[in-house]
Design a protein around this ligand. Structure first.
Ligand SMILES: [Zn+2]
Length: 520
């Protein structure tokens, strides 16, 4: 007696279909799972046994073999519980035993659906990871639909063009395939999930002074530029960074799908959630490990750089991070992905984020301060800065100094500009960029431009060109720094609604390169 159920597993942020084959033969009662089962898959037997027994069916006391094909890829997680249980019921002809003897409708075919779900001992279905990638894979394979735990239904429902059905228990799914029960279906129109803004508990209106820093954050948000803030403790770097989340531009549907896939395989979507439509803001502590930051582990999970995909990765006290941890940031900053080497294969996660970092100018924090004196000494300051490697600093577009705010500015009663007003400008500038890069797949903002895009997209006026040349000569800038200035100028021009980069845009961009030391 053999049954075959279609299911799926996740590799990286994509899913591939898995056939769950159940063979039941005469012999001593055994239960063997083959096809590289890992972790939770190996424990499926106990859950499946209890779930079948507790939902009024009979668990066959015979020789049961479960094969997960293709057999050469490791499979982990609890999502195979439901297909295994269903396969056992099908192989023992228990699917027809519904409450009504003759099914009122022709039973749906098991092979039309991709099925996944974790079973509780009482037969209920619990949510699983990676439902969005699975639904996308099922659609691509031409399946009729997917059956998922009810808590994952909104997530699957985002995928258009296939049936997305949710179930709460094993008996419900069994009744559905017996032709005497229905499952809840869901379709979610992704476009309708956007523009619904959650309320932020912070706002730029609360920030007094720091006009220069606020403007730099606006430019960074508009073009997705990496940013480093340097300033003494208490100058408000962290407070500014937290408010960066409130002015990030709206996501496109494609961006939201990419980010949601990562959060889905990480198991971070809350029950009933569908798409991540707000850009993520991740702020890991400086004690994080390199695996925590870039991902990995025995059962690989995306790290912070991938959870920040499409949004912001905020690293406070940048030099306090371990050197090897900062070192692993280079690949995602350069390529927008991370690759994790595994024993059998390697897998990659998307990791295109905007890096926002903050640091003190020296260990005590008061180097360069006019009111207090630094106790670190020249050597101490140098050692502190040397913790950041050149290649890392090289990948940061905007550096700004955030000085302590003088008391008289703090005491001004007037409120600053609200986040909503700034966000509107940022959104407009991003729209210009989306139109500019409409034909370039995966590029959504000026910061992602490759050198060949620079030539095509950064038309510079004659006046701006001579200003740029003199800045390069005066500051002895590297070619990389020159490219950064061009990209930032492009964003500043976009904020101003200008097609051509003018002198004012270039001179503002040059100001954001305060850490560029002369080359050589
Ligand atoms: Zn100091």
């Amino acid at each position: 007696m053999l049954a075959r159920i279609r299911s799926a597993a996740v590799l990286g942020v994509d899913a591939y279909l898995v056939d769950v084959e159940i063979d039941i033969a005469r012999g001593l009662p055994t239960f063997a799972t083959v096809g590289l089962p890992q972790g939770a898959v190996k424990e499926a037997r106990e859950r499946v046994y209890a779930a079948i027994a507790n939902s009024g069916h009979e668990f066959p006391l015979r020789r049961i073999t479960v094969n997960l094909a293709p057999a050469d890829v490791r499979k982990d997680g609890s999502a195979f519980d439901l297909p295994i249980a269903l396969g056992i019921l099908a192989a023992t002809e228990q699917l027809g035993d519904g409450p009504s003897p003759r099914p009122p409708v022709r039973p749906p075919s098991l092979s039309d659906f991709v099925i996944l779900g974790e079973l509780g001992l009482e037969g209920g279905l619990r949510p699983v990871r990676g439902v969005l990638p699975v639904a996308l894979a099922a659609k691509q394979a031409g399946c009729r639909g997917v059956i998922v735990p009810h808590a994952n239904l909104a997530e699957a429902g985002v995928v258009q063009g296939i049936e997305t059905l949710g179930a709460t228990s094993l008996p419900e799914v069994a009744a559905f395939f017996a032709g005497c029960g229905r499952l809840v279906s869901a379709t979610v129109d992704p476009a309708r999930l956007f523009g619904v803004n959650g309320h932020d508990d912070v706002d730029f209106a609360e920030v007094r002074g720091q006009g220069h820093a606020k403007r730099a954050l606006e430019v960074a948000a508009a073009g997705a530029h990496n940013l480093l803030m340097v300033g003494p403790p208490g100058s408000g770097k962290t407070m500014l960074a937290r408010r960066l989340a409130t002015i990030l531009p709206e996501m496109t549907v494609d961006e939201a799908l990419e980010t949601t896939k990562v959060h889905s395989v990480a198991g971070l979507l809350s029950p009933g959630a569908s798409l991540v439509t707000r850009r993520p803001f991740r702020a890991p502590h400086h004690t994080i490990s390199d695996a925590g930051l870039i991902g990995g582990g025995t059962y690989p999970r995306p790290g912070e750089v991938s959870l920040a995909h499409g949004g912001v990765l905020f690293l406070d006290e940048l030099p306090e991070f371990r050197k090897n941890v900062l070192e692993v940031l280079r690949q995602p900053l350069e390529d927008g992905t991370v690759t994790i080497a595994r024993a059998i294969t390697s897998l990659s996660y998307p990791a295109r984020f905007m890096l926002a970092a903050a640091m003190n100018p020296c260990p005590c924090g008061f180097w360069g301060d006019t009111a207090r004196s630094c106790t670190c000494g020249a050597l101490g300051v140098e050692r502190y800065l040397a913790r950041l490697s050149g290649p890392l600093l090289d990948r940061i577009d905007i550096h700004i100094e955030v000085p302590a705010v003088p008391y008289r500015e703090l005491s001004i009663e007037r409120d600053g500009e609200s986040s909503a007003a700034i966000r509107e400008r940022v959104n407009r500038a991003r729209q210009v960029q989306l139109a500019r890069f409409a034909k370039r797949q995966g590029i959504y903002a000026n910061a992602h431009m490759a050198p060949r895009d620079l030539r095509a997209c950064c038309r510079v006026s004659a006046g701006a060109d001579s200003l740029l040349r003199s800045a390069i000569a005066r500051l002895r800038l590297s070619a990389r720094a020159y490219h950064r200035i061009l990209k930032i100028s492009r964003t500043i021009a976009d904020l101003a609604g200008a097609a051509e980069i003018g002198p004012a845009h270039v001179s503002e961009a040059v100001q954001y390169r305060s850490l560029d030391r002369p080359v050589g």
